[in-house]
Design a protein around this ligand. Structure first.
Ligand SMILES: Cc1cc2nc3c(=O)[nH]c(=O)nc-3n(C[C@H](O)[C@H](O)[C@H](O)COP(=O)(O)O)c2cc1C
Length: 171
């Protein structure tokens, strides 16, 4: 069994996908890993849309027009259901962003474990996405997750991380 650290180190932002389709067995496993993610007050304020038909992909790709993004055979659109998210009573902070982030990272790590690749994409046109996918008013498209097998030439960009001392402070 690999350790959590091994899995976390293996994940990287994949930006070059093979055209091989994602099988239902792997997709179901990955979505199940999102379903069991924790959320504030266990409200689970998320909705995942699967774009894999040409029609659906064509709509999603318009919201993030990048050549590499168009190589993904499937995109998961992670949405926050703002009418179901927890708002902290002391200041009304909406925790939907946090909840969708946890579920999204479950997806990314589960995909890595299954030999697939993903990339978080938030720099897309969320308003256009809402319009093209005809999402309910209460839902916000928060993240696009392209999913697929890595292309033969795919490799990590080799991003660095801040040093421990820079990010951890003992109180
Ligand atoms: C919240 C969030 C939003 C991101 N949005 C984008 C994006 O719009 N486009 C993109 O190419 N990468 C995006 N990324 C990927 C980051 O650039 C990437 O995670 C970071 O550079 C570290 O590289 P690694 O994922 O390969 O470890 C995003 C990552 C996160 C966590």
């Amino acid at each position: 069994m690999t350790t959590f650290k091994d899995l976390a180190k293996k994940r990287f932002s994949l930006r070059s996908f093979s055209s091989e389709p994602v099988d239902d067995e792997r997709l179901d496993y990955i979505l199940e890993c999102a379903r069991i993610a924790p959320s504030a007050v266990n409200f689970q304020p998320w909705h995942f849309y699967i774009a894999r038909s040409e029609e659906a992909l064509q709509k999603v790709r318009q919201t993030y027009p990048r050549d590499w993004f168009a190589t993904a055979p499937l995109v998961i659109v992670g949405c926050i259901r703002h009418d179901q998210s927890w708002h902290r009573p002391t200041d009304q902070k909406d925790h939907g962003d946090i909840d969708i982030a946890i579920a999204t990272e479950h997806i990314c790590l589960a995909a890595t474990e299954q030999g697939l690749g993903t990339c978080w994409v938030c720099n897309f046109d969320a308003r256009l996405c809402h319009e093209l996918l005809q999402l309910p008013e209460s839902e916000e498209a928060a993240v696009l997750i392209p999913l697929g097998f890595p292309a033969a030439d795919a490799k990590p960009r080799g991003t660095t991380r801040k040093a421990f001392e820079e990010i951890v402070t003992e109180l």
